[in-house]
Design a protein around this ligand. Sequence first.
Ligand SMILES: [Zn+2]
Length: 109
Amino acid sequence: MGLTIMSRSSSETVGVRYTGWAALNRDPLEDLVEYTCPHCGTRGAKAARRARSEYHFTDGFVQDVQGEMSACRGCKRSLRISPVVLLHDQDEQRRFNAVFSADVEISNN
Ligand SMILES: [Zn+2]
């Protein structure tokens, strides 16, 4: 599948923004993008900044391909979270895991 992720640089990482089912158990004001640092593997989260209207259906997921910038709290390096994928039910979560699982494995260099 022609996922945008294939052409990303090493400072980019995929982000996940949960909504709907996945957000049922949390504070509705806590709308976070979760990600894993591509440099050191530290998991992080930041407040989602972009409106959901800026997310578009691409490659089978609703995602923001422009992404957001953040900085790792572990290694302090800046990173680009792109794409940010919106997941709203467990089926999507499973599909996301299948498509992106190879990508979220951390390289140690
Ligand atoms: Zn890091």
